[in-house]
Design a protein around this ligand. Structure first.
Ligand code: ATP
Ligand code: MG
Length: 411
């Protein structure tokens, strides 16, 4: 048995003062890191450097000494602040050599300038590090380049995402270590630490899989990275983690909660509707974000006043007066009303106190009632949702969809 090769270690470097000053949000690092990780290359460092040749040169020298791959984006264009070529030249002691084929390709752009200094700037994009391979521009004018520096491969890619993307894709195909794409398990309405402990139970002591837990309000993801285990065994382990997580785990292929709800409804020949108060349509927004939702999602009523609950969902005024809008009785009446109004087989309703005002001693801020209605009737449950107004709203929408998901799945 031979040991699996160690995963390649990569660094991502973004270049641009617009990024280090916060004027521009860096999305390239995320795209590049996801693409590399997807190919089994491990990203160990990501840095941003301003348009400063010396600072870039020292970052590149350091990273090339400790990584197998360094991917640089930005600063390859024709303007004075584009320092990447010169920074790399300085870092690695490689002269820049003007490439005749690139010069010919840039001639039409250069010809559009009457000032010879502007034309010269266009041609500066034809300067290639000695020994580098040119990655011709697929979009735009700035070509990329790849050069071997000692044990490290350094790639320089343009900054604009649409120019960077096709060059990255071809590099990733070359660099793919044959590793499996990461497995992504998603969980709803559970804490990050519970998920962490469950995954740890299954994965403890393994060095051929690395896992990360990512949390956003109401939603937790476990990502399993192949560090030598291989695709088949990674899938088996992902299933074991999902088993250990139990019903909170709603997807093993990265699909979202809304996608899962829609898929389950479609498989069971059901249709769904929502009735929303404190979530203001967030559950419906999540469902309608999925292409093809119209096959099973019929509609939502955002009923934010007592009057609209009565007018649109036929909630009896007597229920509202007796129990209040945030109550088991009203939540159930809303779900039944939405089911009837939209002609759906199943409806979920949510009504709660998002705060910061409106709480009382028996119904504090965060009190949220959820109800499900189907052909057999309706049922409701109350959750006390932690967090501020925004968190209560977002988490409540997740819980509403999750209740629907569990019911559809028969859990
Ligand atoms: P160009 O030929 O367009 O000048 P370039 O390689 O010089 O290409 P930059 O000048 O660094 O690229 O950046 C051009 C534009 O690309 C930026 O203004 C920004 O809109 C986008 N961009 C650059 N870097 C990033 C990044 N890391 N994330 C997202 N967008 C970026
Ligand atoms: Mg530029």
């Amino acid at each position: 048995v031979t040991a699996a090769p160690a995963p390649k270690r990569a660094a991502v470097v973004t270049v641009g003062t617009e990024i280090t000053t916060g004027l521009m949000v860096d999305t390239n690092t995320s795209e590049i890191a996801l693409a590399l990780e997807g190919a089994g290359v491990r990203v160990v460092e990501a840095v941003s450097v301003g348009d400063d040749r010396g600072a870039l040169a020292s970052a590149l020298r350091r990273l090339a000494a400790s990584c197998d791959l360094v991917v640089v984006t930005g600063g390859l264009g024709p303007t004075h602040d584009d320092v990447t070529r010169h920074g790399a030249s300085e870092a690695f002691g490689l002269p820049l050599i003007r490439d005749p084929a690139l010069v010919a390709g840039l001639a039409p752009s250069a010809a559009r300038h009457t000032d010879p200094r502007a034309a010269e700037q266009v041609y500066s994009q034809a300067d290639v590090l000695e020994g580098a391979r040119v990655l011709p521009a697929v979009k735009g004018t700035a070509p990329g380049q790849v050069v071997r520096v000692g044990d490290c491969t350094v790639a320089l890619l343009p900054g604009p995402p649409r120019e960077m993307r096709p060059l990255l894709a071809s590099l990733v195909r070359e660099w793919g270590a044959g590793a499996a794409a990461p497995a992504v398990l998603r969980c709803a309405a559970v804490t990050e630490s519970d998920v962490q402990v469950a995954a740890q139970d299954v994965l403890d002591g393994r060095d051929d899989v690395e896992f990360t837990v990512l949390a956003s309000p109401g939603d937790v993801r476990v990502v399993l990275h192949d560090r030598g285990i291989g695709a088949a065994a990674l899938a088996v382990l992902a299933d074991a983690v999902a088993e250990r997580l139990g019903p909170v785990c709603y997807s093993r292929d990265g699909s979202t909660l809304a996608e899962t709800v829609l898929r389950l409804a479609r498989e069971r020949g059901e249709t769904i509707a929502t009735a929303e108060s404190c979530t203001g349509g967030l559950a419906a927004a999540a469902l309608t974000a999925v292409p093809g939702a119209s096959a099973v999602f019929l509609g939502s009523a955002v009923t934010y006043s007592d009057e609209s609950k009565t007018a649109l969902l036929a909630v009896e005024p007597g229920l509202l007066a007796r129990f209040g809008a945030v109550s088991e009785e009203v939540a159930r009446a809303m779900a039944e009303g939405a089911r009837a109004a939209f002609g759906a087989t199943r409806a979920v309703a949510v009504t709660g106190i998002a705060g910061p005002d409106g709480g009382t001693s028996d119904k504090p801020v965060g009190t949220v009632w959820f109800a499900l209605a189907d052909a057999d009737g309706s049922g409701a449950e109350m959750r006390l949702m932690p967090g501020d107004r925004e968190l209560v709203r977002v988490r409540s929408a997740v819980v509403a969809l999750d209740l629907l998901r569990r019911r559809l799945a028969g859990l």
